[in-house]
Design a protein around this ligand. Sequence first.
Ligand code: ADP
Length: 345
Amino acid sequence: MSITHASVWLKVLVEAVSTPVLLIDQLHKVAMYNAAANTMFNMHMEPTPLLSKLRYGDVVERWLRTGKHDVEWSPDGATLYRPRVERVNSGSDQIGWLLTLQDYTETHRLARSQAEFIRLISHDLRSPLAAAVGFCNILEQPAVGDLTDIQRYYIAKITNALSTLTGLVENIQDAGRFDPDTGFYEMNLTPIDPGDVTRRIVEAYPMPLDKPNLSVQVAVAEDVPVILADHNMIRRAIANLFDNAMKYTPDGGRVEVRVTRDESEVIISVRDNGLGIDVKDQQRLFEKHSRVEREEFKKIKGSGLGLFIVRSVAQQHGGRVWVESTLGEGSTFFIALPVTSVRVS
Ligand code: ADP
């Protein structure tokens, strides 16, 4: 590329971009801009207009001043932009900023309709699933007649598969609802007994047929108080931890669930002596869709949403979660919930 043509090439390149692009110098003058920026900021093709003179110039000045530009911005109430401000350096000196305004109206619309679609599907799947579980239970009633062992075995298989499917559907639904950043779940705070909730979850859990020698223990300390919490959320968080322990512990292993009281917190812990988790993988576990890449885990089904839900629930209650684990020896997951203060958003 010849030097003499360089600025022309550059101009053509910047003009071709449909996103508004501005280069702003240290004196808050627009040193370079493209056609999209010209239209948006009403620059009348001036060569180096001052930011303060432009339409929305005050908004841009605020982004530069505060550094807070990670926002959704809609100048006309219809189109949504995501501004991005980056420093422009020459050597070690800052000479200005690059501002780009990405139109993400369509992305936003698609994300919303996807969330709505997931919400509808997961909601509609629940009724037929509940009906199927109900009919399996009816089949086991004496009034239906005697079942052979093999029939009973297959009913148990169906019940287990339905339970896995129900858990998956509930997790997809809850991950959207409980997310403290994007969810819109209205918390329903009532007094709950954490020990009682925990015991019921373990009792109702359909024991995996392929792990007849997996032992389960629940211990609730005597001084565990009743706390103010959302019963459904807490139930889903504990159920997820317990389900994981059962999934990631081979037959012959042990799962221990404890509910204790610390000074200001109720602590629910689920300990297993199963596969364990490498330290390097422990950081990401509570993030959405995080699953550990390991040969042994490939056969175990999951969506990577369970621990994200556990953390969201704890956060919504002003609590915390953490894990202690050693690869090959087992893991203990903890949820701590404040005894008194409950964050109501
Ligand atoms: P998933 O649906 O994959 O189980 P989770 O969010 O509940 O999703 O868990 C994320 C990942 O953390 C799992 O895929 C698994 O790799 C790891 N994990 C969770 N609980 C345990 C456990 N008790 N033992 C070993 N690994 C676990």
